[in-house]
Design a protein around this ligand. Structure first.
Ligand SMILES: O=C(O)CCC(=O)C(=O)O
Length: 294
């Protein structure tokens, strides 16, 4: 069967070639100020003791993961009334790291979003990603959650150039939608970062599987950063923050306890894998295609 002539969509980004990433699996409390302190301390440790140049925080790191908490912990980022965003900007600059600031509940124009902020190593806000796919599921005897009771979905997708490479951003449930990751790959993302908080029902079966699938499908790096499990919380996070290579190998992971996962990302591997196995060129555009509507 003749392969369709697909144009290569990957534009290699010349620099950087190698990045040391740190995923901070934070223990989250009910006290926002305390959570900010915990996050700030972890960012410092990841940069200084850990030598990371790219630091990632978990989904909803400044509050308990619950619909009761989102409205009360939400902050208005655009109005510059966000102690969490301020603390992240300062921590990125103080430690000279690119920071994917997990997510926090954001309030904006009478709506709430699950929002990830990305900061440069100078502390400038580079991107804001609002979770596009809300986590609404009902698994009897397992987990039931309906983010749409309080949150609204984001309306745009996010690829951002940073000192630590070209990053695609998704939040947790966003990882279940392969087309989003494919669009990010088409736009030259080298790494897709998913702050996430899977749970003890879906986590054991899907968390690593989805990361490895997104990495292998798109021949790029994937990193997913979870909160640590809090036995007292209503939502039991799976933990297991993980980094995966374009070949689907787990480069670093952890259990459900607080801690920091480190990994070396050698972006040259992306090109090697794509040259050795050129699936992008082998796609059958005559039979199917991905439509970018953004
Ligand atoms: O997809 C899952 O199983 C979990 C998703 C989730 O916890 C979230 O989107 O916050």
């Amino acid at each position: 069967m003749a392969a369709a002539s697909n144009p290569p969509t990957f534009t290699p980004t010349p620099e950087p070639k190698k990045v040391r990433i740190a995923l901070c699996q934070l223990g989250t409390t009910v006290d926002k100020d305390e959570n900010i302190k915990i996050a700030t301390k972890a960012i410092k440790e990841a940069a200084s003791a850990g030598g990371a140049s790219l630091v990632v925080l978990p989904e909803m790191w400044n509050c308990p993961y619950s619909n009761d908490s989102f409205p009360t912990y939400a902050e208005d980022i655009d109005a510059k009334a966000s102690p969490s965003a301020d603390a992240l900007a300062k921590a990125a600059a103080a430690n000279g790291v690119t920071l994917v600031g997990g997510s926090i509940p954001e309030k904006s124009n009478n709506r709430l979003y699950n929002t990830c902020l990305v900061f440069s190593r100078e502390g400038a806000l580079l991107a804001k990603h609002r979770k596009v796919h809300l986590f609404d599921i009902d698994i009897p005897g397992g987990v039931t959650f309906k983010e749409s009771e309080t949150l609204s979905p984001g309306e745009s997708i996010t690829v951002v150039d940073t000192d630590a490479g070209r990053l695609g951003i998704g939040i947790c449930y966003d990882i279940r939608f392969p087309e989003l990751a494919q669009l990010y790959a088409q736009r030259g993302a080298q790494l897709i970062v998913y702050p996430g908080a899977f749970n003890t029902t879906t986590g054991p079966v899907h968390w690593e599987l989805l990361q490895r699938a997104r990495a292998v499908d798109n021949q790029l790096f994937v990193a997913a950063c979870s909160p640590a499990r809090n036995p007292d919380a209503s939502y039991q996070a799976w933990g297991h923050s993980t980094v995966v290579s374009p070949w689907g190998q787990v480069l670093g992971t952890i259990d459900e306890q607080p801690g920091i996962v480190y990994a070396e990302l050698d972006y040259a591997e992306i090109q090697t894998r794509r040259l050795n196995m050129p699936i992008t060129q082998q796609k059958r555009d005559d039979l199917y295609s991905l439509v970018d509507k953004t």
